[in-house]
Design a protein. Structure first.
Length: 409
């Protein structure tokens, strides 16, 4: 799933979360039970879960909530499609979180009074030429060895399942359990749900340091003052290293740039029914008529420039699968940074500093892994330990192997 810290260039209609008129807190509290740094889907999900448990929670973000990594993603919940060889631990977490998405959605829509455009048509991976079939078959064999919900399709069958594809299709894989949501709506719903549960949200407030006393984290410090907290959680994505560095905590997080675009479909151009992946791109149709096309993978550091090469790769990819895209309007094009760890998996839990926890490094799976991450951090805060698949993703694992070991290419 594409997820990254965002810089957006708008063309025509703006890529923005729906307006949220809920009242925000105006004064930073002196003390809360939990302070969360970062108001993307990870930080807000954690804050919402903890506020629902009756804890006092304040969430802080240097920008508007949900306008970074969360807004830039395409919203795929693709545990099967994303699975790669050697990723069994991550797959267990992804499947756990995918199963949690149904109750997460129901609770989120109930607390917020909003729909999040959850779509369950499944995801299809396609080979558009015969020389791609062998590589697609290799991916399918990996999925079957992992007992994933994946079905092999011949070219005719793939075209029948997704008639919106107007280019050549040689073969496909259908993953019926891989669904999608609209990240803009999820972000807006999370803000409303968090506030409805009594949470305090501080946008455009930069946390300048983590407050410490006697070797323990005691909350946060920002320009407007300090907020003491029993527990502080860092969920600042690609910026997590910057947040933790003054404490002497080194985490293996790097920015992995991606460029993506939104197309406006019409009755004349048609649209897809479900998420479709090709070797070059993935295409995610939304219920409002947009088609999100993503995403490049560029290890270029903090360089958010939108490039001709990146845009051309996306446009060529979508035109190859959908010749009708020639007539589609470009609504927006953007770039951003995926928060990527040395093994492309999240970093969850304790930092070695008492009272300071971490939830970061979700690479391109932040939307998918939000429910499991929130449940794991809730368990850690309330019960003092994480259990299940999430417990395998602590920071300590990086001390056990060389840097970059096991990174998928």
């Amino acid at each position: 799933m594409a997820s990254f810290e965002s810089k957006t260039i708008d063309i025509g209609a703006r890529l923005r979360p729906p307006a949220d008129a809920e009242r925000r807190a105006s004064r930073i509290p002196a003390t809360v039970d939990v302070a969360v740094v970062g108001a993307g889907i990870i930080g807000l999900s954690i804050g919402w879960r903890l506020a629902a448990r009756g804890l006092s929670v304040a969430v802080f973000d240097r920008a508007e909530a949900g306008t970074g990594t969360t807004l830039a993603s395409t919203g795929m919940l693709a545990a099967a499609a994303e699975h790669e060889a050697g990723g069994d631990d991550l797959l267990a977490l992804a499947l756990d979180s995918q199963a949690r998405w149904h109750p997460y959605r129901e609770a989120l829509e109930a607390d917020s009074g909003m729909k999040i455009d959850y779509r369950g048509e499944g995801t299809m991976l396609v080979a558009l030429a015969r020389d791609e079939v062998e590589r697609l078959r290799f991916r399918f064999e990996i999925q079957k060895r992992a007992n994933l919900d994946a079905r092999w399709l011949g070219g005719v069958e793939a075209r029948a399942l997704e008639p919106g594809l107007r280019g050549p299709v040689a073969a496909g894989i259908f993953c019926s359990s891989d669904h999608q949501v609209d990240p803009r709506l999820v972000s807006a719903a999370l803000k409303r749900a968090f506030l409805a549960r009594g949470g305090l949200l501080f946008e455009n407030v930069e946390v300048v340091s983590i407050d410490r006393e006697a070797g323990r984290a005691r909350g946060i410090v920002c320009a407007a003052g300090a907020c003491r907290a029993t527990t502080t959680i860092v969920a600042t994505g690609v910026w997590s290293g910057e947040t933790l560095a003054p404490l002497g905590i080194d985490i293996p997080i790097r920015p992995l740039k991606g460029q993506a675009l939104a197309l406006k479909t019409s009755r004349q151009t048609g649209n897809l029914t479900r998420v479709v992946w090709t070797e070059q791109i993935h295409m995610s149709p939304k219920s409002d008529g947009r088609l999100i096309v993503g995403a490049t993978m560029e290890d270029t550091g903090f360089n958010a420039a939108i490039t001709v090469g990146g845009a051309l790769a996306l446009l060529e990819g979508v035109h190859r699968a959908l010749p009708s895209s020639e007539e589609m309007e470009i609504e927006a094009i953007w770039s951003g940074y995926r928060p990527t760890s040395d093994d492309d998996a999240p970093i969850l839990g304790e930092t070695g500093v008492p009272g300071l926890l971490l939830a970061t490094g979700h690479h391109r799976n932040g939307i998918l892994l939000a429910p499991a991450t929130a449940a794991a951090l809730e368990e850690l805060v309330v019960n003092g330990a994480m259990s299940g698949s999430a417990s395998r993703f602590g920071l300590a694992r990086f001390a056990k192997r060389p840097a970059h070991a096991g990174v998928a290419t």
